[in-house]
Design a protein around this ligand. Structure first.
Ligand SMILES: [Ca+2]
Ligand SMILES: [Ca+2]
Ligand SMILES: [Ca+2]
Length: 328
């Protein structure tokens, strides 16, 4: 893939430099190859649980002795990760729903589970289930303008014995499905009070660089002995390569006589170089970018494509470019 470096030239000044009088280098479309995904985080909770989790309780399932994060009742558990690049994030995890989750049943439920991107929050998060439901019904909770912070807001039911329906795989308020709809496993973990279920949930969303905070929340549950939950096999993948570099530390024109900076005037016959310094090195194996300079008159007295190379992976510099006078 070719990397382009855009340049613009200012109109010729009045002081009589005939050809190229001033150059401003913007390099606004300098870009690297298509983004790849890499694993940012994985934990199956068979070993240690680190400080990235707000709660570090673990338990083992009665059948299979699978170790997982939990058990939890009402409230939130967060995972905080440092994300080096902006771009698409993919999250996959197994949700263990233990004992008598009642789904949409209005008497014993609704038994709600929510996943949000807490590092990209709503302007004013809902304070209660009722507020959240009002937000849901307003149709704005999933606004792209808010960065799609709500990945999941739904109910689950383990109560096929009583025919209690659940919202999943729809959002709460948008569906009424049989217990266990969409489950990876049903009644496999060995819990005796109306059983259990396992859902493998995957989400993908855009997120800026910086801390990524995923928040897992249960709402409106009965006691922990009645219904609880846990997490297992949590995997987070994120962009390993930026789609576009917009992190120039400096862009300058280097010529034999000072001073030279971002904006400069260069007379015919003079040589100059363009140097770009990035804040971060580009991915290994990335070919050098190309800078293009075209005279604004369209007469193309200075039409140059110059590869930029140096020994430092963060610094690109053109070979000397000679300014020539435009044709009469
Ligand atoms: Ca496990
Ligand atoms: Ca229950
Ligand atoms: Ca319940």
């Amino acid at each position: 893939m070719r990397r382009d470096a855009e340049t613009e030239m200012l109109p010729a000044p009045s002081r009589g430099i005939a050809a190229v009088s001033a150059i401003i280098v913007t390099l606004s479309t300098f870009s690297f190859p298509a983004e790849a995904q890499e694993e940012i985080y994985f934990n199956d909770f068979e070993g240690a649980v680190g400080a990235e989790w707000s709660h570090r309780t673990t338990d083992r399932t009665p059948v299979g002795a699978r170790r997982f994060l939990g058990q939890f009742g009402n409230g939130s558990v967060t995972l905080t990760l440092h994300k080096r690049r902006s771009g698409r994030v993919s999250v996959t995890f197994d949700l263990y729903l233990i004992n008598s989750w009642d789904g949409n049943n209005p008497e014993h439920g609704p038994d709600l589970f929510e996943v949000t991107v807490a590092s990209n929050p709503l302007p004013s998060p809902p304070a209660s289930v009722a507020d959240f439901k009002a937000l849901l019904e307003s149709g704005v909770f999933n606004s792209a303008a808010w960065g799609n912070p709500f990945l999941l807001y739904t109910t689950f039911s383990n109560l096929e014995e009583k025919g209690f329906t659940q919202s999943y795989p729809s959002f709460f308020g948008e569906g009424d499905h049989p217990p266990g709809s969409g489950a990876l496993e049903y009644d496999t973990l060995g819990y005796s009070y109306f059983g259990d279920s396992v859902y493998r949930l995957s989400f993908s969303f855009e997120h800026p660089a910086g801390d990524l905070i995923l928040q897992f929340t249960a709402l409106a549950l009965q006691d922990m002995s009645d219904e609880s939950w846990g997490l297992d096999n949590v995997r987070v993948e994120g962009a390993s390569v930026p789609e576009k570099i917009d992190v120039f530390r400096t862009v300058k024109i280097i010529a034999p006589r000072p001073p030279y900076g971002e904006l400069d005037e260069i007379a015919p016959g003079e040589e100059f170089r363009i140097e770009v310094e990035l804040k971060d090195p580009p991915p290994p194996g990335t070919p050098p970018p190309v800078v293009e300079i075209v005279h604004p008159s369209g007469a193309a007295p200075l039409e140059i494509s110059a590869a930029m190379t140096t020994g430092d992976p963060r610094i690109f510099r053109t070979a000397p470019i000679r300014v020539v006078a435009p044709p009469p």
